[in-house]
Ligand binder design. Structure first.
Ligand SMILES: [Ca+2]
Length: 149
């Protein structure tokens, strides 16, 4: 959230606010709290020795999303996340420019950290959004952005 606050008893005014698009993330490996990931909804940052970089970010908010921009250098994305029993953990949807691409199943019989899920994207300027489904948990631990293989 951005807050603009007037100082003292002098005047300020707002005429126009321009929002620029987020810069695309270059090919690389990013932790969950990297600049360039735009989270919406309620997410909890969680220090955890089992997670990559010893931290992850989780949500059970049905409107919990994280979005990031990529460009034409990118051909595939790998989401590293935690999986756990169905009913506690569930799934998250992957949207490319607002269109559903696939659904990631985050369930397993044991608590498993650092689990990769890879999806391909057609190289171009895209916004990727990962969305928690329902009120079960999803988390983001690390995201790897790679050229087309
Ligand atoms: Ca991490």
């Amino acid at each position: 959230m951005i807050t603009l606050k007037n100082v003292g008893t002098t005047y300020s005014d707002i005429d126009q606010i321009t929002l620029g698009a987020a810069a695309p993330l270059p090919v690389g490996v990013y932790q969950e709290n990297a600049a360039g990931f735009m989270y919406n909804g309620a997410w909890t940052q969680n220090a955890n020795a089992n997670a990559l970089g010893e931290a992850r970010k989780f949500t059970n908010d049905p409107n919990g999303t994280v979005s990031f921009a990529i460009n034409n250098t990118v051909g595939q994305v790998t989401v590293y996340r935690t999986t756990y029993v169905a009913g506690v953990y569930g799934s998250m949807q992957v949207f490319v420019d607002g269109t559903l691409l696939t659904t990631i199943n985050n369930t397993s019989t044991a608590f498993l950290f650092r689990q990769p899920y890879t999806f391909a994207v057609t190289p171009g300027n895209h916004v990727i959004t990962l969305k928690n489904v329902g009120t079960t948990y999803s988390d983001i631990d690390q995201i790897k952005i790679e050229p087309a293989s």
